[in-house]
Design a binder for this molecule. Structure first.
Ligand code: FBP
Length: 252
């Protein structure tokens, strides 16, 4: 599948903003409650794509940057093994202007079969009918699941075997193994909860040096006091192969 619309020279920096449904108010404060603020960051920060749920896309998206529409989502209010089912069709995503679609699969959940099945149907439709790429968020989660580098490598492999063009996984220091297991499926890494800028850059460098194509990051951008500087520093690592030390200079 052609990834040209959501990559630049084979690399990507995506801005994730689906935390409104996934996490709720605890992640938001002040300006970042507004999707308009985020879309402005996406444009000024030269992101390769912005990740939205359909409601936000419908009301705020004005083709600022390529749209990646998340086709499923769940709230954090339900406890126990996660199940996240489709809430938007590929057809609707394309109508909203999506250049790719995304879907989360929680491997290790007792409900994983439902998500794997649904993802398979989405992948076939997206590839064969709409000719757009599919990004799988694959997160090991559920009672008894231990999240370590093996579990994350397993997640990457599930992305490959399920037909994803890009798999989005959580960070681990052993990222090379993750990329190895993904094979021809491209890998991007999530940012996780807010941390020091330097730590984000160190993780990004490790991810890219391990062979991943970039990051799909949210909170560490739009919870930052200087989102555009962090974006610029990340871009310098991902697209210009800069060192952490050099990228840090862009934060000043
Ligand atoms: P962050 O960079 O903010 O972690 O966003 C990445 C992401 O995958 C989002 O797309 C999604 O909303 C969220 O993390 C899921 O978080 P959690 O792992 O807590 O369910």
């Amino acid at each position: 599948m052609n990834l040209n619309k959501i990559t630049e020279r084979g690399k990507s920096l995506f801005l994730a903003y689906d935390q409104g449904i996934e996490h709720g108010p605890k992640d938001f404060k002040g300006k970042n409650i507004s999707p308009s603020y985020i879309l402005d960051i996406a444009k000024k920060g030269k992101f390769s794509g912005v990740i939205l749920q359909k409601g936000v896309a419908e009301k705020y998206y004005k083709r600022q940057v390529p749209l990646i529409l998340k086709l499923n989502g769940k709230t954090s209010l339900v406890k126990g093994d996660p199940l996240s089912l489709q809430n938007c069709s590929v057809k609707e995503a394309v109508k909203l202007g999506a250049k790719a679609v995304g879907y989360t699969i929680y491997i290790g959940s007792k409900h994983e079969a439902q998500m794997l099945k649904e993802f398979g149907e989405i992948e076939e439709l997206a590839h064969n009918k709409y000719r757009i790429p599919v990004i799988a968020w694959v997160y090991p989660r559920g009672k008894g699941v231990k999240v370590n580098s093996d579990a994350i490598a397993y997640a990457a492999r599930v992305g490959l075997e399920s037909g994803a063009d890009i798999v989005k996984v959580k960070y681990t220091r052993k990222f090379e193994k993750v990329v190895d297991f993904a094979g021809e499926c491209k890998v991007v890494c999530a940012g996780g909860s807010k941390k020091r800028d330097k730590d984000v850059l160190v993780e990004c460098k490790n991810v890219v040096d391990s062979g991943a194509i970039g990051m799909a990051i949210g909170r560490n951008i739009w919870q930052s006091k200087h989102p555009l500087k962090v974006a610029k520093a990340l871009r310098s690592i991902i697209f210009n192969n800069k060192s952490v030390k050099d990228s840090m200079k862009l934060l000043k």
